[in-house]
Design a protein around this ligand. Sequence first.
Ligand code: PLP
Length: 407
Amino acid sequence: MIKVNENFLKLKSSYLFSEISKRVSGFQQANPDKPMIRMGIGDVTRALPKACTEAFHKAVDEMGVDSSFKGYGPEKGYGFLREKIAKYDFQDRNADIEPDEIFVSDGAKCDTGNFQEILSEDITVAVPDPVYPVYVDTNVMAGRTGVNKEGRYEGLVYLDCVESNNFIPALPQKHVDLIYLCFPNNPTGTVATKEELKKWVDYARQEKALILYDAAYESFISDPDIPHSIFEIEGAKEVAVEFRSFSKNAGFTGTRCAFTVVPKSCMINDSEGNSHSLHALWNRRQSTKFNGVSYPVQRAAEAVYSDQGRQQIKELIGSYMDNATIIRDQMSKLGYTCTGGQNAPYIWINCKKDSWEFFDTLLNKAGVVSTPGAGFGKCGEGYIRLSAFNSKENVEKAMSQIAQSLS
Ligand code: PLP
């Protein structure tokens, strides 16, 4: 008899987004003529940069001619892309990463979700709270947790990110083997300084732990003192893996291209204490289960690093960050404490009440859709997340409607 993997039955249903759509549809039915502005989503709204679409078109044309046609590509991604990534994203920031340590993929969601597969089932896993749910759910699926009790899975170590620690988690009180960190953070928009990251790298070295570092929003950092990569921290190459994506910097959410850096110096033990290369294991996993990103998409991603591409991306990110400033300023003016929105496209707002209640107020009185913080974990209760991914016109309209409805 076919049987289900019962770990999947432990998963809490995707309550957050289904509940948001239920409430949004209710609002639309009751107010068919009222406009509604979505400020909750994490998807980008602006088109791909011209440099990327030009490279994309050119590569599609190459695929239509026998002499330049490409079939299966190199498993880790084309050298032309990995070389640009290594130079511009790492070596230019004094992070000593080689093209050969980079694995091009179709998304940071898959990579952050899949990476745990090559780690033992009986490790202790620490996740931030609030959290990007992929880190939690994939460990539940893998059987590393017990059941969900009052919003938390038994067996996971939750790292509280709250106002009193500036939403930067403290080191765990007890030993953990695997740590997920995300900076700039989704949903709180916070960033970590070099000193803060150094503490985590030192902890991981001392405890022989591994850090999975999600830097999907790295390009939104404008403060020159904030590290863009964990590999800017001395010693990180022995204890960390980093995830990056073209989704948010270049609008590739629908185009799909990302990459993961697994340094060759990162080693992992088996139960008998023998040491293995994490890079070789991930390579083995990827070459068995993944067949690469299409050639035109990798050419489009390469164009992100051209002079024209870099200029266009600067402008694109600048426009989202102008929105973030408008949101942050307006919510602060209305008396709400805001975090994020300075080196990240998310603004995390202390709504001084139940997050679903505030969600309803914004929806019903201002016609604005937010994301209730409670959906990201226990520590998200009392907060909402607003996203800067929108047009300036919509953001200004939304903020003026919020101001009118709350004052
Ligand atoms: N990591 C974080 C923290 C995210 O918020 C997201 C998307 O919202 C992703 C990863 C997914 O990135 P990708 O589009 O490359 O799968």
